[in-house]
Design a protein around this ligand. Structure first.
Ligand code: F6P
Length: 448
């Protein structure tokens, strides 16, 4: 069971997927002559256990109920929307992430070629594009337009942060005649998508809203991982390798790397594990102390004395309690804006070694947006392709208020209301953090 995505708080009702209505149209997705009995076809009753730990399955069996389970993604034999009359729209919201263009491309290709949908709109600059007061016109998307977009990072449609009035957005979708809206975005954007879905339900509208969760921070709940995360930590890997090279190339060298990860330290942990070069990793989930015999400063002093160099990785959200001027401001998405832990640590470490009269050469690396503006890795590209394919299967089947995700290696449908309940965090008692502690040799808690 991955970290703190506690399934014990989830009831079977929390996992129900809303369907717009009966499916009466035979799917054109079978035109590919795929064997009728093939295991890719799924009915809504095909499900996997939310928690695959035997204890939880036995618990349910003891009282003769099914353990909480999730609907499998995949083509349905009958669909809800008639492709010839269907208009779909795609919007990308929030910060950039490797793979956004892959998902756009996959949705367009799947809708166009597998289902024969011809009306495909690209909404520009996130939810701003659904508010006419911004004046962003939708773009009509075709396979030719999106064919090569996956070679680039970023979003072909543009993105933006921030909430917009849900009634205004719903009116806009109705005016454009959109039947299925695809929202590629993080947890805040999926909350926006949930609000649009609820507004459409209140209006008794036949509009489906399907999410594709996106974040390099890997902080969305109930999924194996989010797309873009693997590419981002692969880019961060190079920053850590460089920090190690620089640290070793100087007398008493310290390579200090600050990595993105606002409230979750997955990128910092994975970059440390992949390189095997970090001597300590600081993440938002695990508090640490600078001072004292077992604090970070003393730890670095010992490491430099014994090995002549050190590598320290900090996630941007780590140690915020230590920074006096740490503010309470938020960005347009409502995320807390953090003070700069990288520069703070750099100054404090330099001051400490100076005061102790020990030579130290700090090489500070902050790759910042470099890790998320790159094109997706081949592994993420396949992942994005599959998320896009399954998003189209789900939308055409008339599913709504849900996201596509991978869970226990299967593609699944999850209610938006479930995945937006909170943020996924590194579990300080779980195996990921333990692997970091074992790999770096740092204590599970530094100085606290
Ligand atoms: O996507 C999440 C994230 O990568 C955070 O780690 C980071 O704080 C944030 O985006 C910064 O994005 P922006 O500067 O675009 O708001």
């Amino acid at each position: 069971m991955p970290d703190m995505q506690s399934s014990s708080i989830v009831s079977p009702d929390d996992l129900n997927i809303t369907n717009l209505g009966p499916r009466e149209i035979p799917t054109p997705a079978c035109k590919m002559d795929f064997p009728a009995e093939g295991s890719c076809w799924h009915a809504d009753g095909d499900r996997i256990a939310l928690n695959d730990h035997m204890d939880s399955i036995r618990e349910a069996m003891k009282i003769d109920i099914d353990p909480p389970s999730i609907e499998l993604a995949g083509p349905r034999r009958e669909i809800f929307f008639n492709p010839a009359d269907t208009c779909i729209a795609i919007v990308t919201c929030g910060g950039l992430c490797p793979g956004i263009n892959d998902v756009i491309r996959a949705i367009v290709m799947q809708a166009y070629y597998t289902y024969g949908v011809r009306q495909i709109l690209g909404i520009q600059y996130g939810y701003e594009g659904l508010d006419p007061s911004f004046g962003h016109k939708p773009i009509e998307l075709t396979p030719d337009m999106v064919m090569n977009i996956a070679s680039f990072g970023g979003s072909f449609l543009g993105s933006s942060r921030g909430k917009r009035d849900v009634k205004v957005m719903a009116n806009r979708l109705e005016a454009l005649g959109v039947d299925i809206l695809y929202v590629i975005g993080g947890d805040g954007s999926q909350r926006g998508a949930l609000a649009i879905h609820e507004e459409m339900q209140r209006r008794n509208s036949r509009t489906a809203v399907i999410g594709v969760p996106k974040t390099i921070d890997n902080d969305i709940m109930f999924m194996d991982r989010s797309f873009g995360y693997q590419t981002a930590f692969a880019a961060a890997f190079h920053a850590v390798i460089s920090a190690h090279t620089e640290a070793k190339g100087a007398r008493n060298g310290l390579g200090l790397v600050k990595l993105m990860g606002r409230d979750s330290g997955f990128i910092a942990c994975s970059a440390a594990l992949a390189t095997g070069e970090a001597n300590a990793v600081l993440i938002p989930e695990v508090p640490f102390a600078l001072e004292g015999e077992t604090g970070l400063l003393a730890m670095l002093e010992q490491r430099i004395a014994s090995r002549g160099h050190a590598v320290l990785i900090t996630a941007e959200g780590a140690g915020q309690n230590l920074i006096p001027e740490s503010g309470q401001t938020t960005d347009a998405s409502g995320n807390k804006l953090h003070a700069d832990i990288g520069l703070f640590l750099k100054d404090r470490i330099i001051a400490h070694f100076k005061q102790r009269k020990i030579e130290l050469n700090v090489k500070y690396i902050d790759p910042s947006y470099l890790i998320r503006s790159v094109p997706a890795s081949p592994e993420d590209r396949i992942f994005c392709l599959n998320l896009g394919r399954h998003a189209v299967h789900a939308g055409m089947a008339g599913k709504t208020g849900m996201v596509v995700a991978r869970w226990h290696q299967s593609y699944v449908h999850l209610p938006m209301s479930l995945v937006t309940r909170g943020r996924r965090k590194v579990d300080p008692t779980g195996d990921l953090w333990r692997s970091v502690v074992e790999s770096t040799g740092q204590p599970a808690r530094i100085g606290v």
